[in-house]
Design a protein. Sequence first.
Length: 288
Amino acid sequence: MKANNERIVTVDGKEAGFSFNQGDFRQVQKLIYDHAGIKLADTKQDMVYSRIIRRLRATGIQTFREYLTLIETSPSEWEAFVNSLTTNLTAFFREEYHFPILDAFMRQRPDCSRPFRIWCSAASTGEEPYSLAMTALQVFGKNPPVEIIATDIDTSVLVKADAGVYRNDRIEKLDPKYLRYFARGKGSNEGLVRVRPEVRELVTFLPLNLLDNQWPINGQFDALFCRNVLIYFDKDTQRRVLEKFIPYMHNQSQLFVGHSESLLHLNDLFRLRGKTVYELQSSLKRAG
């Protein structure tokens, strides 16, 4: 008889000897929270179970205990473990109301003597940063004075983002004016599209964990996109992460968050200036 809430993995109809109980799930919750800031709800136990099964199959390990030992000693498997538990829902021009705001902000560039800098902190498979790049091309035309840094904790999605190749159905509902920024595949690549070089060259992809003490980015940004990330963090982690954003913001910087995210509990740090768009509180703005 199996203990309460215990799962047994089966492979090809045969038990693989891998049990996963509520205590094991608690360990996963703690690991992913401590290292990535992601708060897994208790309702996610089945999801976690199914994703860890894939890692056991890939590594040939037979027990959860052995797998825990592996991720503690293997940086590459730890990376695969985190990748397996992160969610990557994205689309081109998702939450489209933000893009006219960005468009207008670019047109009134705070400082025309330097490039307009954007940080997309949850790049996923690239749709968001490429949407930002296409917006810049619409505003400035060829060779826009724009730099986009796109980061994500999940290294596997960054590989896809860097390639810039998507199924055709990912762009079917786009405004026709954006379709010229994609090249359609032919022959064996029929049904696929690739972002054109003028879009791709505006974006630099980097792995980054928002909970790390140091980030591999420098300088201040005009626009910071942290959309649909904060919902996975508890309020303490939200504060800890967003406090670290402050040195990367100047007095006119705009911070974009997701439609279901609010920073009202952080009103000592940020002031609402538009629909889920924030700026630094006056008390944090620098003189001069």
